[in-house]
Design a protein around this ligand. Structure first.
Ligand code: CAA
Length: 387
């Protein structure tokens, strides 16, 4: 997979053009104001970017996962906050509804999500269940034809703006860990559901990260996604796709670091010449560019495996984790070097290097830390070589 198709090139050009025109100036502003970019997110919906891989019958753009990765990469290259909004919406909310929803659920929720008229979110993290997703404490108790949900989720991307989100809750309190939870679709306005604390973050400041609080939240039983007990597996399936989105976000940030570093190296003079003439700077740029190309191959490969395997994501699991691990650590190293090239100017807000550094950091944490990605990769390798 070394050449992009015409469709993939078209998505790249379209998203690059949109990001330059609509997001570049805004990204600086909303990093300061922490304002969620609702208007440009809706415009991305009009371009098909809020439902990239979903079929046209649900208003999706019907494209492949490489196109999706390219879209997230190009948007994140200019505005990493918008990148995660798009990624969490597409990968984490639409995906479980599309792959595990009934036809009625898909018809009800996907069309407005795919056009960006509605924003989506995915709630599995809890104060006591971060890396250990199966440590969920939120419960959903059956009462007649309804479920009553009680619990609190935290660090939920798009939380404050989500019209629809999916949430994980225990439905069998005596059941085995990993088999005792189920997923539910929650709508804004459901009785007993409120958005809780809004987090102030180091980076991706314009994305919304909140608690989701359920106090006797009553929803009809037909809001369950999949079968009772399927919750953990749906979460893992969803994250196998989501990690490709975050890897693409990291790739976009890394690319921005390279471009900013190279432009500055050509422009900034010290010792009577542009600093780009200095071998110390050249080596940094060479390392950045090489690692970015390697990340891109990993991200596109993982995306391609997702496209080729439909609902069966197990073949993509290891590659999605590799892409996320490598691209996020690459973004971190590139952001570090970008600041180093800028020297003192990299540490102040006159240049975007410091924002890229702050934005890059989260990619090593959310949708599974680097340590969790290594666990997923190693578990897959051991299974491949088991007798
Ligand atoms: N797909 C389907 N099923 C899977 C799976 C996958 N990728 N991975 C594991 N499973 C199944 C296993 O086959 C096993 O099933 P059986 O019991 O039937 O054999 C079951 O799930 C349990 O598997 P494990 O024993 O491997 O599970 P574990 O409890 O050890 O946990 C883990 C594995 C990898 C650590 C997992 O908990 C994990 O991924 N943790 C990280 C959570 C995470 O990424 N959180 C991010 C939150 S979302 C977010 O960050 C969004 C945002 O803001 C943008």
């Amino acid at each position: 997979m070394f050449e992009l198709s015409e469709e993939q090139l078209m998505v790249r050009d379209m998203c690059r053009g949109f990001a330059e025109k609509e997001l570049r100036e805004q990204a600086v502003e909303i990093d300061k104001t922490h304002e969620f970019p609702l208007e440009t997110t809706r415009k991305l919906g009009e371009l098909g970017i809020m439902g990239v891989v979903y079929p046209e019958e649900y208003n999706g753009a019907g494209m492949d996962y490489v196109s999706y990765a390219i879209a997230v990469e190009e948007i994140s290259r200019v505005c990493a906050s918008s990148g995660v909004i798009v990624s969490a919406h597409n990968s984490l909310c639409l995906s479980p509804i599309y792959y595990f929803g009934t036809e009625e659920q898909k018809k009800k929720y996907l069309p407005k999500l795919c056009t960006g008229e509605h924003i989506g979110a995915f709630a599995i993290t809890e104060p006591g269940a971060g890396s250990d997703s199966a440590g969920t404490k939120t419960v959903a108790a059956k009462e007649g034809g309804n479920y009553i949900i009680n619990g609190t989720k935290n660090f939920i991307t798009n939380g404050g703006y989500a019209d629809t989100h999916v949430t994980l809750a225990i439905t069998d309190k005596n059941g085995q860990k990993n088999k005792n939870t189920s997923f539910f679709i929650i709508e804004k306005g459901d009785p007993g559901f409120t958005v809780g604390k809004v987090e102030e973050k180091l980076g991706i400041c314009a994305s919304s990260t909140t608690e989701m609080v359920y106090v006797d939240c009553k929803i009809p039983e037909d809001r369950m996604l999949g079968a009772p007990g399927d919750g953990f597996k749906i979460a893992m399936h969803t994250l196998d796709g989501g990690r490709v989105g975050i890897a693409a976000q990291a790739l976009g940030i890394a690319q921005a670091c390279l471009e900013e570093g190279a432009k500055y190296a050509n422009m900034r003079e010290q010792f009577g010449a542009p600093i780009g003439k200095l071998q110390a700077i050249q080596w940094m740029l060479a390392d950045m560019a090489t690692e970015i190309e390697a990340s891109r191959l990993l991200v596109y490969k993982a995306a391609d495996i997702l496209s080729k395997n439909g609902k069966n994501r197990r073949p993509a699991s290891k590659y999605a984790a590799m892409a996320k691990l490598y691209a996020s650590e690459c973004a971190h190293r590139c952001a570090h070097k970008c600041i180093q090239i800028h020297g003192g100017y990299g540490y102040v807000k006159e240049y975007i290097a410091e924002r890229l550094y702050r934005d890059a950091r989260i990619t090593e944490i959310y949708e599974g830390t680097s340590e969790i990605q290594k666990l997923v990769i190693a578990t897959n390798i051991l299974a491949e070589f088991a007798e």
